[in-house]
Structures are given as structure tokens and as C-alpha cells.
Design a protein around this ligand. Sequence first.
Ligand code: A3P
Length: 339
Amino acid sequence: MVVSHGHYTKTQFVAAKIEDDEEEKFLTQECKELLLSLPRQKGWRTPYLYEFQGFWCQPKEIQAILSFQNHFISQESDVILATIPKSGTTWLKGLVFSIMNRKRFDVIDSKAHPLLHSNPHDLVPFFDQIPDLSKLPDPRLFATHIPFNSLMLQESIKNASPKIVYLCRNPLDTFISSWHFVNNLRPKSLPPFEIEEAFKMYCDGIIGFGPFWKHMLGYWNESLKHPNGVLLLKYEEMREDTVSNLKELAKFLGCPFSVEEEKEGVIKEIAKLCSFDKMKNLEVNKSGKSIKNFENKHLFRKGEVGDWVNYLSPSMVEQLSQIMEEKLDGSGLTFKLFS
Ligand code: A3P
């Protein structure tokens, strides 16, 4: 039975139906049948989000999770970068790619560095974008938004225990970043997405791969239980002190920076190469397209901590703060809200 609580006007419904039909073309029969059995709510970017394995996902994401869970074969040397969207995925991809490939691609004399002409999404694929696994150099580097529990339903990941880096960001900024992003990408057939409506959905946990608190807690709790397996980083701390975080990251990945590298300025160069201003102004990121359906320029907006003050009303701040307090209570997971 399909339970629908999302309400559309007639025009929105027609537009949503067209989008739905477009999406459906690419779904397998297995996925289509599964969708019929899942609770659904009006989506941010697609007509509906479906509740799958405890999280709200787009149909194509559910299909990707199914395919990943059924077919992926993990290796012990794999590295997985996990985030909830708009937490700094692009940045993390650039940083980890640079760290892991620094012997192949010099960052001091970096004129030919791949990050100067490729967007990080071209260099570090999401699980669901992988055309041919055999072409990836070892150790393989992947990214995902899949929640921890769904990741662990994958047999080979459970057995191989690859290293996982999870980057999270304070929910107020993540919400504002998501809202801007969706408004930039929303099909022209749909009206602009009002902040009040988006905010209510976010607080109810209804956003891609939400509820955000459940996504964060899955990885956070695992990082406490198995610190050698999961490293949790925070966007705000990375912004404040990129170099210290890069050192921790390299150590966790099993390729710590040597004293010589530190003296030569390798760590600072990686931070510079992947900095917001540097990346935003590269030609590939101003005019390129790396992920289906949107242009790279939408991935680089402000890159600030605390931009939410420009958009959220005092009552919204109070409401979201209360949700964070309640949902994250006792977990030890806290966030800096200002720079
Ligand atoms: P804002 O919208 O707040 O500016 P994701 O990569 O997960 O989609 O996250 C996007 C957010 O990360 C955006 O936040 C974007 O501007 C910011 N971002 C992108 N590249 C960055 C970088 N190199 N350093 C810091 N933040 C970056």
C-alpha cells in the first residue's frame, strides 16, 4: 500500500507526474515493484522520496543501493568517503584523492595535477556511478551517501572492513546549502521551493538520505566503537584547521605525512589546492559538468560556516536547535555553529 502525505496543487501534480514518468524509465522492474510497497512523501528535487531501510531516498538512489548491496565486492584496501549531501563531499573527495595519490601526482609542483582540470567527482566516483571497477587503481577510492546500516547490509563490506571516512557538517548550514542547491536544480516545471516548506520537511527528517540525525549517528557511533575503521570529521573543524585534520586523515588512511613532507609544505599545498576559492575558480568548476543533471558551478556556493544566520528566523533556529539537542542527546556529537 502506498501511503502519501505530500500535498501537491493540480499544476504541481501534473509536473511531478511528468518527472516521475521520466525517472521511471530507468528503473528496474524489481525497483518499481519495491517502490509500490514503500511509504512515500513529497520530495525536494523529485516528486517523491521513499522510506527505504529507514531513510528517505529518491527512486534512483534506492535502485543504486539495491544494486550495490547485491553486486559490489569490497576489498580490504578500499577507502569509502561517506557524507549526507551538502556536507562537503566535493571537498573531501579532493582532499583524500590528493593525499592518497601524492606520490603519483606531485602537489608542490602541481601544474599537471588532475584536480586542476577535473572536478573531484570525476576522480572519486560514487558507488552507483562506477562503470567498470577493474579500471580503478588500487587502493580504490569511492564515495557514498548510503547510511551506515545500509552499507553494512552489504556482505563483502562487512567482511572486508574497508576504511570509512565520514564528513559531517552542522545541520543549520547543511539545511541552507541543501535548500539553495535544490532551488538551483529544481525542474523549471515546478515552482520555487519555499524555505518554510523545506525547513519543515528537514525538521521532520524528510530530505535525501535523512533523517540527518540518524545518518550522522550511524557513522558517529561506529567511529566510537571502531576508531580504526571509521574516522568522523567535521566540516567546521576542517575549515578552522585544515592542516591538522589532513594529518589525522593521512594517518588514518595508513599513509601519514613524513617529517620531510611536512617541512616541504606538502600538507599546506594540499589544503591550498583543494581550498574553496581555488576550486571554485577553476575553469572545470565554472563551466564543466561532472554529475548527471547538474553543472559543477552549483557545487561551490559560499563554503562558509554560519551562513544560516542570513536565512533562518529566530524561531527556526530555536526549533532546529531543539531537534539537534533531543536527537543527538547523550551521543557526544556536537557542532560549531559559527566560524
Ligand atoms: P555551501 O552551499 O554552504 O556553500 P557537497 O560537496 O557535499 O555537495 O557540499 C557542498 C557544500 O560544500 C557547499 O556549501 C559548497 O560551497 C561547499 N564546498 C565545496 N567545495 C568546498 C571546498 N573546497 N572547501 C570548503 N567548502 C566547499
